[in-house]
Design a protein around this ligand. Structure first.
Ligand code: AMP
Length: 272
């Protein structure tokens, strides 16, 4: 992969990369189309990265469908799919990790310790292997995007990081490979997340700026969904991810909510 990327670079071609864990849906395809419009060569990476899963998480049952993924991705005009296996990405003795100290800690970092070190490490490796000029990530994983932006800045990767807005199902549910785990009843109750965000956004549009009130608006639909269990629902500064009590700068209302046995993420940026 690296030899090919170096070859493209010597020819003066601009490379875009879209890192994914496969099980592609319209959200991933939107990233690929944005990449297609921004570069000469689009590299899709598919790698279910073991180091970003905790010991009791869903690594073994994470949905995998490489042939289906390639069928979906090809019409977006990708030039290359890089699908390494875990043994080649992490040979015996691998012990080097990238950590983004502060940004890893809140939100998803609370319930998934080590997750973002796994993400930052594998994204570093994928950047070194694919040698991109520009890389695309979804705002759906808001904290991941913040972590990667900071890593790229702090470690002088010299890669442009572009965020892509959350792609949703027609009824508002944020698209996710993990939505496939939901039963019919859970799928209905999963709408509580986007409804909560919409309620908070409506309150914000009506002038509400107090975190407590905005969070209360977001929490109401979730409290009314009996199959849901909150991991976190928080209002944080959109860049530093620090806690916010009164909105004076762009903030993110971010949530992780279990619906049955599936942990779902959603968020919405509020800009005064
Ligand atoms: P994943 O394979 O789920 O790790 O996601 C790969 C990339 O696709 C990440 O940058 C995600 O943020 C992005 N992504 C996943 N779901 C969505 C979505 N619904 N809308 C936009 N981007 C998404």
């Amino acid at each position: 992969m690296r030899a090919q990327a170096e070859h493209w670079r010597r020819d003066g071609l601009r490379i875009a990369v879209v890192p994914t864990m496969g099980s592609l849906h319209e959200g991933h395809l939107t990233l690929l189309r944005a990449a297609r419009a921004a570069a000469d060569l689009v590299v899709l990476t598919i790698f279910v990265n073991p180091t970003q899963f905790g010991p009791s998480e869903d690594l073994a049952r994470y949905p995998r469908d490489e042939a289906g993924d390639l069928r979906k991705a090809l019409p977006t005009g990708i030039d290359c799919a890089f699908c390494p296996d875990a043994a080649s990405m992490y040979p015996p003795g691998a012990q080097t990790f990238v950590t983004v100290r502060e940004l890893e800690l809140p939100l998803c970092g609370q319930s998934r310790p080590g997750h973002f070190a796994g993400v930052a490490t594998v994204v570093s490796k994928l950047f070194h292997l694919t040698r991109p000029h520009v890389a695309f990530f979804g705002e759906k994983d808001f904290q991941q995007l913040a972590v990667i932006r900071r890593m790229v800045r702090d470690l002088d990767f010299g890669i442009e990081i572009r965020g892509v807005a959350i792609v949703r199902e027609p009824d508002g549910l944020a698209m996710s490979s993990r939505n496939a785990y939901l039963s019919a009843e859970e799928r209905v109750q999963a709408l509580a997340l986007s409804r909560g965000l919409a309620a908070a956004a409506a309150a914000f549009a009506a002038g509400e700026r107090a975190a407590e009130k905005l969070l209360a608006a977001a929490l109401a639909p979730i409290a009314a969904a009996p199959l849901s269990r909150i991991d976190y629902v928080e209002l944080r500064d959109a860049e530093e991810l620090s806690p916010v009590e009164q909105v004076t700068r762009p903030v993110v209302l971010a949530m992780a909510v279990w619906v049955g046995k599936t942990r779902l993420l959603d968020n919405r940026v509020l800009r005064p």
